[in-house]
Design a protein around this ligand. Structure first.
Ligand code: HEM
Length: 482
């Protein structure tokens, strides 16, 4: 007979303690470091309280595995009340992030078709490569303007512009000018609004509702979202008009099905209101994630010139200089894929994930948790766990390659590093993100030697919802001889 354990045995950090850690000790922007601290103090499982909610924190691969494998048929990550409130105020449909239950399942089924299936995601290779052409042109302009003629002073910002341009082109089939020397006003306004929405959402989460009419945060939060949605609406309205014009010009079956939005609307999989509910959320999910991962990857390649040289050999061995890497080439680039995996192990760009288990009570490590328990998965501390990854603080992409190494993927714990999440609610954009990052990194390494200038120095991470560098990451790009 197994002995079941009482929840009383678990360390419980009350509201005051959590408040102290977040706001007095300043961990609110270093939540990933708080995982490390709390695991060292309290062990791999502890409970903490924030406002009226309590969270069960899981900080080992085996605990995360147990929770993830028992997830519900329609898993819930978070109730997303703050996002829902905006949709409710404006009468908008919920998107794939905000909604749960059957309506989430329906949306996911639809969106998976065009975004998650590997063969479908591969259709976007030319689209992404076209944006990378413009990216390298912009990179060359920025280099040429720098005093040393080879420096890009802020890689994260440039990658942000790339990721936004690429995801807009994929979703809406429209270019929005992020990689032009002067960014169009509409696009710049959108970028600003995303920042405003996220900054103010932090205050709106922690301040009581009665403060909303008295303080500026709630109004700014709603305004931020409104601009984000009107940006998306413009594209959807234009697309509906294009489709109507096509329908008038030809029989319905004569309509050309091209990009994502076109496909979803013409196949009747989403109506324009549903598209408006989901697509702006996809824009948000698809920009900071890929762009920061690319920044970390390039930063580590510049710190490890021998790994970069090996990667160059891999790319140049398959794609002659002057030719553009294609998806079929990527299939033969194991080191490139390992570099991305290792980057996401060190910087799981979403350092903390969550599940609310609704359907049944669940047992984890002998503890029985009641229905409706909110679990927090501490991925950052787990993917640096020395019992799962040897030398966990080092950038060692080869750990994902060599079968003989004790750290080879076949030996590592399968839940040691799960940067895209798990199960039916895992990242919807995973294939797109991988495609973007693989095509971008292979092209950059093919064209340039990337060097870390001494003035950039050591870069640390801060948690602004996603893990971002604590300062500008300047890198030098030395053109390779063709
Ligand atoms: C390096 C790139 C990325 C990483 C590491 C990443 C990671 C994640 C993670 C950890 C989740 C939560 C999964 C779970 O709860 O199990 C998630 C959800 C999601 N991601 Fe990504 N993501 C990336 C890029 C993208 C891109 C490019 C898109 C858009 C095309 C995207 C769209 C989404 C959406 C819509 C969800 C919510 C899915 C749902 O609730 O059903 N992500 N992502």
């Amino acid at each position: 007979r197994r002995r079941l354990r009482s929840l009383e045995e678990l360390p419980w950090l009350g509201r005051l303690h959590t408040f102290y850690q977040l706001f007095v000790q300043g961990y609110v922007l270093r939540l990933h470091e708080l995982q490390v601290l709390n695991k060292a103090k309290y062990g791999p499982i502890w409970i903490n309280s924030v406002g009226p909610h309590s969270f069960v924190n899981l900080a080992s691969a085996s605990l995360i595995e147990q929770a993830m494998r028992q997830e519900d048929k329609h898993p819930i990550r978070d109730y997303m009340d703050l996002w829902k409130e905006h949709r409710d105020v404006q009468g908008l449909a919920y998107g794939v992030f905000t909604t749960n239950g059957e309506s989430w399942y329906h949306l996911r089924q639809v969106l998976n078709q065009r975004l998650l299936k590997p063969a479908e995601a591969a259709l976007y290779t030319d689209v992404v490569n076209e944006v990378i052409d413009d990216f390298t042109a912009r990179l060359d302009q920025i280099r040429a303007e720098s005093p040393s003629r080879d420096l890009v002073p802020d890689m994260a910002q440039l990658f942000y512009h790339f990721a936004l341009e690429a995801i807009c082109y994929i979703l809406f089939e429209k270019r929005i000018g992020c990689l032009e020397p002067s960014i169009p006003a509409d696009t710049a306004n959108f970028i600003r609004s995303v920042g405003i929405m996220f900054q103010n959402s932090v205050y709106c989460t922690y301040l009581p509702k009665w403060t909303r009419p008295l303080l500026p945060f709630w109004r700014r939060y709603l305004d931020g979202w409104n601009t984000i949605f009107s940006f998306g609406k413009k594209f959807i309205d234009e697309k509906v008009q294009e489709i109507e014009a096509e329908l008038q010009a030809s029989r319905p079956d004569g309509v050309q099905v091209s990009g994502c939005l076109h496909f979803l609307l013409t196949k009747g999989l989403l109506n324009p209101q549903e598209a408006l509910g989901s697509l702006p959320e996809l824009l948000l999910a698809g920009v900071d994630t890929s762009s920061n991962t690319l920044t970390w990857a390039l930063y580590h390649l510049s710190k490890n010139p021998e790994i970069q040289a090996e990667l160059y050999k891999e790319v140049a061995g398959l794609v002659p200089a002057g030719k553009t890497p294609q998806r079929k080439d990527i299939a033969h680039m194991p080191l490139l894929k390992a570099v991305i995996k290792e980057t996401l192990r060190l910087y799981p760009v979403i350092p903390t994930n969550a599940r609310i288990v609704m359907d049944n009570e669940i047992e984890i490590d002998g503890f029985i948790f009641p229905k409706n328990t909110q679990f927090v998965f501490c991925h950052y501390v787990v993917s640096r766990d020395p019992s799962v990854f040897s030398e966990p603080e080092s950038f060692r992409p080869h750990r994902w390659l060599r079968k003989c190494e004790s750290n080879a993927p076949s030996v590592q714990h399968p839940f040691g590093s799960v940067p895209f999440g798990y199960g039916v609610r895992a990242c919807l954009g995973r294939r797109i993100a991988e495609l973007e990052m693989q095509l971008m990194l292979s092209r950059l390494i093919q064209r340039y030697e990337v060097v870390l200038p001494p003035e950039t120095g050591e870069v640390k991470s801060v948690a602004r919802i996603v893990l971002v560098p604590n300062k500008k990451v300047g890198l030098r790009f030395l053109q390779r001889q063709s």
